[in-house]
Design a protein around this ligand. Structure first.
Ligand code: SF4
Length: 174
């Protein structure tokens, strides 16, 4: 089994409320309960961005929360997926145009999955997170390929062979 499969089977989620009314957050908590049981997908709700794969954001971005949102996103290791959960997180929702509302989450960080609704139903949240799992798998595979390409020299004639270049540079430097 490769890294993409491991990640897909046990993703860790970080939940952040950027300034919503808590309606969507209550629905997320319902997903964690025994009725909807999101942990059956191997997920766990963690409080540490450095250990998270999926960022689940609720509420509109406010002037007070925007720096924290960007900081949390920056602390998460690659590959990572962002799920915008609820009308407020997608567009600003009912808070759009207010003096302290900066709009949707995608104004500050890239969003991979948009989950609509006010508040979102647990089924919609689970659907969005399952979509996020597919995207996480694709991103993990893309990273594995790029790392392999960096390590493997191109062997065909007429193309750059990094190992040859390194062999040529080494004696010149010593
Ligand atoms: S989308 Fe609706 S329920 Fe969710 S945070 Fe905004 S106002 Fe509240």
């Amino acid at each position: 089994m490769n890294l993409a499969s491991y990640r897909k089977k046990s993703p860790w989620i970080l939940h952040y409320n950027a300034g919503g009314c808590n309606g969507c957050d209550i629905e997320i908590l319902a997903c964690l309960g025994p009725k909807y049981d999101i942990e059956r997908f191997g997920m766990i709700n963690t409080g540490n961005p450095k250990q998270s794969d999926i960022l689940l954001v609720t509420g509109p971005v406010t002037k007070r929360s925007r720096e924290r949102l960007v900081e949390i996103y920056a602390q998460m290791p690659e590959p990572k997926v962002v799920v915008s959960c609820g009308a407020c997180a997608c567009t600003g929702g009912v808070f759009r145009g207010m003096y302290n509302c900066e709009g949707g989450v995608d104004q500050y960080i890239p969003v991979d999955v948009y989950v609509c609704g006010c508040g979102t139903r647990p089924e919609q949240i689970i659907d969005g997170v399952v979509q996020a799992l597919g995207i996480l798998e694709q991103k993990t595979k893309a990273m594995e390929v790029s790392v392999r390409l960096q390590k493997e020299p191109l062997k065909e004639e007429g193309q750059i062979n990094r190992r040859n270049i390194a062999d040529q540079i080494k004696p010149a430097l010593s």
